[in-house]
Design a protein around this ligand. Structure first.
Ligand SMILES: NC(=O)c1ccc[n+]([C@@H]2O[C@H](COP(=O)([O-])OP(=O)(O)OC[C@H]3O[C@@H](n4cnc5c(N)ncnc54)[C@H](OP(=O)(O)O)[C@@H]3O)[C@@H](O)[C@H]2O)c1
Length: 208
């Protein structure tokens, strides 16, 4: 998260490559094993608030276009859109896909965010830099992913974006700690576009 501009493979932006294209490839190659009852859960984030897909320049090739938060946000939007389209592909065989915002949890994910920035953003408080109110423990952070992988309450809700062990409500603010889901993450047209764009980039996923 929030890494410096890094190109991997054939010039792919690293957040998009690590968070989306890598998992897209793994999932597409595992697809033959995804039988009835299987679930795929993508770790998205409230960070999706920070960016829709940047279709005109997803890899930040334009000079000076790179922004660390935008790159993280786009990659998390991609994770959710991929789950949305994958669900439609898997549904006829009784398998499903979901995406999850785990909550805000202090983990090594924040290693590229300097401590002074974590303090300024209010992620840590007090002289001991303890997690701010509203942050979850790692165990609590794992709960929604486990719920998405197992809960019968999700039957009939394939492709949903989840948080706090529930289907997320539409976001009513730009407060990522409050959460919710932005409309671009629920856009089925964009989800299909991303799927085919990713299949073209990776060479897998055209047929599941
Ligand atoms: N923590 C939060 O508040 C939060 C909030 C919303 C969403 N999420 C999402 O939850 C997922 C798990 O995050 P986490 O909080 O559990 O963090 P974590 O414990 O730091 O796990 C992140 C994992 O990603 C790997 N990784 C980091 N940089 C990488 C790179 N450039 N290439 C390949 N692998 C890399 C790490 O491996 P190495 O350490 O070996 O590099 C580690 O296994 C992430 O997708 C994150 O976006 C987390």
């Amino acid at each position: 998260m929030r890494g410096p501009r890094t190109a991997v493979g054939p010039g792919w932006e690293a957040h998009l490559a690590v968070h989306h294209l890598g998992h897209f490839t793994l999932t597409a190659l595992l697809a033959p094993a995804l039988a009835e009852g299987a679930r795929v859960v993508g770790l998205s984030s409230a960070g999706h608030f920070l960016s829709d897909m940047r279709w005109e320049d997803p890899h930040f090739a334009q000079p000076d276009a790179y922004d660390q938060w935008t790159a993280y946000g786009q990659s998390k939007t991609a994770v959710s859109l991929a789950a949305l389209h994958l669900d439609g592909l898997l549904a006829p065989r009784g398998a499903h896909a979901f995406s999850v915002h785990p909550g805000s949890i202090l983990t090594p994910l924040q290693r590229e965010v300097p401590l002074r920035t974590r303090r300024r953003l209010g992620w840590v408080v007090g002289e001991d830099d303890r997690p701010a109110p509203g942050f979850k423990t790692p165990e609590q952070g794992a709960a929604t992913a486990v719920w998405a992988a197992t809960s019968p309450l999700l039957e009939g809700h394939g492709g949903a974006y989840c948080q706090d062990c529930d289907i997320a409500a539409p976001a009513d603010s730009d407060d990522m700690l409050r959460g919710g889901v932005k409309p671009w993450v629920l856009d089925r047209g964009a989800a299909e576009r991303l799927w085919w764009w990713s299949a073209g980039a990776t060479g897998v996923g055209a047929v599941l």
